[in-house]
Design a protein. Structure first.
Length: 382
């Protein structure tokens, strides 16, 4: 993408509205998209978050115009009023929302702005507990998506299929993308782990929550250790299952074969060292760690759910496992042990550049913005 110029013809002013309470897949995607749009000569970008945190800090490092309307101090009505006032000041063409609460507040703010059009990205399936409040919120969210927003963006084909019955004629698919140059640069930092060419290094990177099925990794490790396989597992992440996982490791006498790394501010040096990333989730949509691992040439073994099978359609990239049987994962890892020295690590980065780069994703979003605004200058022109 070209650097932003002083004078921009046919420019589009965009506000991104998101929670910013975590630093997980959706937040990383918003950061990656914002960083790419910020560089584009046609885009004037602003980001509004409802929480302080790492996303805010990372956006400000990139000198992206960032506002925080702290939802711990402000009511939804107060946030709506502040957003409406900002829309009057900035006169955005696009207000792009990223969560249920933001969908409603953002689309209503656009309703009272003569310049603004709204769309949303849905980053995954709804995981809210079913209560009367959540039913009402969901109904309001769906109403706003159907009648107040112009597009509903899905990040996977599977999710698109589900959403089309809820938002007829509004759903478009824009897959997640990654900034491969930034990932490679971050991976050059010193690693806390020593390399061991004699063993297969297998990593898990993510939240320690039930859906991720980290307990299966313990079963897989136990099976391979019992067969005297030279494998070491690294589990990087925190969450409510952390004490349970630690107890399983100790009770099964696997402390010499499994290392808990907790949270990593920069996981990429270790991710690059891994021979394989293991994804055992019962369900995944479009896991960022998969794209990040492929960017560094790391092999993937993952449960065949969500978009996993599409990502791993080439055998040089990884293997999708159809069952949640630890034996099937163990067999795949045993095959990888035999191929470790001969495996080509160049296939993953090439695949990401061709299909899932941040530039590809950002240009698809920009095309969607311009289509909504009903003016379609050629991308990259001044």
């Amino acid at each position: 993408m070209q650097p932003k110029s002083a004078t921009i013809k046919n420019s589009v002013t965009v506000i991104q509205l998101a929670s910013g309470d975590l630093w997980a897949g959706a937040e990383v995607q918003l950061f990656t998209l914002s960083k790419s749009l910020q560089r584009h000569p046609q885009v004037n970008l602003h980001v509004i978050l409802l929480n302080k945190g790492k996303l805010e800090a990372e956006l400000k490092k990139q000198r992206i115009s960032t506002y925080v309307y702290d939802e711990s101090r402000l009511s939804s009505i107060q946030i709506f009023k502040k957003l409406s006032a900002l829309c009057k000041q900035l006169r955005p063409d696009i207000l792009h929302t990223h969560r249920q609460k933001e969908n409603v507040i953002g689309s209503l703010a656009c309703l009272f702005s003569d310049s603004c059009r709204s769309l949303r990205t849905i980053h995954g399936s709804n995981e809210h507990t079913l209560t009367l409040k959540s039913v009402i919120q969901n109904a309001l969210d769906i109403f706003c998506g159907n009648f107040l927003q112009k597009r509903v963006v899905s990040v996977t084909n599977e999710l698109t299929g589900k959403l089309k019955s809820i938002y007829p004629l509004k759903v478009v698919t824009i897959p997640n993308g990654v900034d491969i140059d930034s990932i490679k640069a971050a991976s050059q930092a010193p690693s806390m782990l020593k390399s061991n060419d004699e063993e297969l290094s297998v990593g898990f990177f993510g939240r320690l929550v039930p859906v991720k099925r980290v307990d299966l990794i313990i079963d897989i490790a136990e099976a391979l250790v019992a067969r005297a396989k030279n494998v070491h597992f690294y589990i990087a992440g925190t969450g409510p299952e952390e004490d349970k996982i630690r107890s399983l490791i100790i009770n099964r006498d696997l402390s010499e074969h499994i290392t808990l790394l907790s949270h990593l501010d920069n996981p990429y040096p270790i991710l690059k060292q891994m021979d394989c990333v293991l994804l055992t989730s019962d369900h995944e949509g479009s896991p960022m760690i998969l794209l990040e691992a492929l960017s560094l040439g790391t092999y993937i073994i993952a449960h065949n759910t969500g978009e996993i099978g599409n990502y791993l359609s080439q055998p040089t990239l990884g293997q999708a496992i159809d069952s949640q049987n630890p034996t099937d994962y163990s067999k795949a890892l045993e095959s990888l042990i035999e191929e470790k020295q001969s495996r080509d690590r160049k296939a993953g980065p090439k695949y990401i550049i061709e299909k899932y780069s941040n530039e590809i994703m950002a240009n698809k979003y920009l095309s969607t913005y311009l289509d909504i605004c009903k003016h379609k200058p050629k991308l990259g022109t001044h």
